[in-house]
Write a protein that binds this ligand. Structure first.
Ligand code: FAD
Length: 494
């Protein structure tokens, strides 16, 4: 049997990758070696930029219905408040972190995939694969012991930290395992626990509390050494020693120990084989960026691969995936690593200096903006992308490589529409404040023209913005020079 694309791994990244490809008309098979989805709550936070990607894909509503919206992050040191940051002022439709256990995220992504006509093939393991210039041959193992040899145009490794695809490519997973040991507990908390992310620095170590809804919280803390099973008593001692006071834990649903790995591949693509998600990068849970970064890998690759699979773009467009996402992976890894190391300072003088600097910095609006901008991933963009076209200048920002904010559009019909809805079709959108320029017929099927509504603050009427299907700016030009967009698109699209 031949598939255009085989996605290996039905974790959150594989599910979103397969759904994004299916939405854009690509024939996709998705396999997972596990007989059933994981019931673990692992990644709890969905950040605003990921919500925007789910919106562009057309699947954000069930997440908003089920998730818990949290805006406040509170940092304490020795039980005294050190700093507060709020996501409430973030731009866009999602000025909050959405808390939802990863098992629920996977359930909603699976339902979306099914809606698009694709079922996860479970108990099917990728055993080996052989890349060739025109295709990839993969050997799949089934639960009954049989094997199947399949041929696909492309193979996508979304198979997690121990990725068989990464091993098959012999790609080094460079980085380190931190020496610190950590405890995780998802449990009910009685007492004055607020609906906020609380990070508490103490001389003994760090403790973080994340709300999960209905009185349940996640507790994460570093511990001096890893010994046996985690017990409720151990968690209670950590809460009493490092928490805000007055909290009692009960009814744990998940107790675990873990170590932090910080690793990444240098290349996300080798010929017809790609890596995304934990297969390509793993980091400290500080900042909760792992799953989010992986979902955004999927959003980045899917539209490019769909254009190639449909014969609408040359394979050169795929060369942008690795530089764009690898640069983001480096940045996320660096930020999460820094946050972890700063939290783990042991020397008393270092703790005092750290607390003093943060107390002062937290009063600066620019510092708070930077912190929530990075966390929300709204400020992560592609300044050095090979896909960035001509720019009219940063005064007309968003500039090439920047996130393209959503905005209301003026349409011929009575129905109000938005930029993100337009992008759902997988086409570029040529956005202007004036009457939309005419495009040559050859491009008309791949590019939509749209007018943003008057009064839209982010876009300027004297500028033409070409927006990529994943919601980043491809190029800008003066409003009266649509030929610049035509020239750019003619090179990119076959
Ligand atoms: C305690 C904890 C807390 C976390 N908190 C956060 C957070 O708050 N925010 C955040 O963004 N991230 C967080 N993360 C990270 C997040 O869980 C991962 O980044 C996420 O699961 C990665 O998704 P993935 O789809 O890339 O890989 P996985 O979820 O690992 O999925 C890979 C899938 O591939 C399958 N597979 C593997 N090998 C094969 C094979 N050979 N053939 C077929 N199938 C195969 C596996 O069965 C699995 O289903 C946390 C992680 C942990 C452990």
């Amino acid at each position: 049997m031949t598939a255009q694309v085989i996605v290996v791994g039905a974790g959150p990244v594989g599910l979103f990758m397969a759904a994004s490809l299916a939405r854009l008309g690509v024939g996709v098979r998705i396999i997972d070696q596990a007989a059933a989805p994981s019931d673990k709550s692992k990644a709890l936070v969905i950040w605003p930029r990921t919500l925007e990607q789910l919106d562009i894909h057309g699947a954000v509503d069930p997440f908003l219905t089920e998730g818990l919206k949290i805006t406040d992050v509170h940092l304490m040191a020795q039980r005294r408040s050190l700093a507060r940051a709020s996501l409430g002022q973030l731009p866009g439709a999602y000025p909050f972190a959405l808390f939802l256990p990863q098992s629920d995220t996977e359930r909603l992504l699976s339902a979306d995939l099914l809606r698009l006509g694709v079922t996860v093939e479970r108990s099917v393991e990728l055993r080996s694969f052989e890349p060739a210039p025109t295709h990839v041959t993969a050997v799949l193992g089934h639960a009954d012991g049989s094997t199947e040899t399949v041929r696909a145009d492309w193979l996508l490794g979304c198979d997690g930290a121990h990725s068989a695809v990464r091993h098959g490519l012999s790609l080094p997973f460079d980085g380190e395992t931190l020496t610190s040991d950590w405890v995780l507990a998802d449990l009910m908390l009685d007492g004055p626990a607020a609906a906020e992310v609380l990070i508490s620095w103490t001389p003994d170590g760090v403790l973080a509390l994340f709300p999960m809804g209905r009185g349940r919280f996640r507790v994460i803390a570093d511990v001096p050494e890893s010994q046996g099973e985690v017990t409720l008593d151990e968690v209670q001692r950590l809460l009493e020693g490092r928490g805000p006071g007055g909290l009692t834990g009960r009814d744990p649903i998940w107790l675990a120990r873990f170590k932090i790995n910080e690793r990444k591949v240098a290349r996300y693509r080798v010929g017809r084989v790609f890596l995304a998600g934990d297969a390509a990068h793993i980091h400290s849970p500080a900042g909760g960026q792992g799953m989010n970064t992986g979902l955004q890998d999927a959003a980045n690759l899917a539209w490019k691969l769909a254009l190639v699979c449909r014969g609408k773009a040359g394979e050169g467009i795929l060369d942008s995936y690795s530089p764009e996402r690898s640069a983001i992976g480096d940045l996320v890894l660096r930020n999460a690593g820094r946050m972890t190391r700063v939290a783990l300072f042991r020397a008393r003088w270092l703790q005092l200096v750290r607390n003093g600097i943060v107390r002062v910095a937290a009063r600066l609006p620019a510092f708070r903006r930077r912190l929530v901008g990075d966390l929300s991933e709204l400020d992560l963009y592609y300044p050095d992308s090979p896909l960035n076209g001509p720019s009219i200048g940063r005064w007309a920002a968003p500039a090439p490589g920047d996130r393209a904010p959503d905005c209301p559009l003026v349409g011929a019909s009575m129905r109000k529409t938005r930029l993100f809805e337009k992008l759902r079709a997988g086409r570029f959108v040529l956005l202007s404040g004036e009457t939309a320029p005419a495009l040559p017929e050859t491009l008309a099927k791949l590019v939509e023209t749209a007018r943003f509504a008057a009064g839209t603050e982010v876009y300027r009427p004297e500028v033409l913005y070409l927006i990529r299907p994943d919601g980043y700016v491809a190029m800008t030009a003066p409003a009266d020079q649509p030929d610049a967009a035509t020239a750019y698109l003619s090179v990119l699209l076959a």
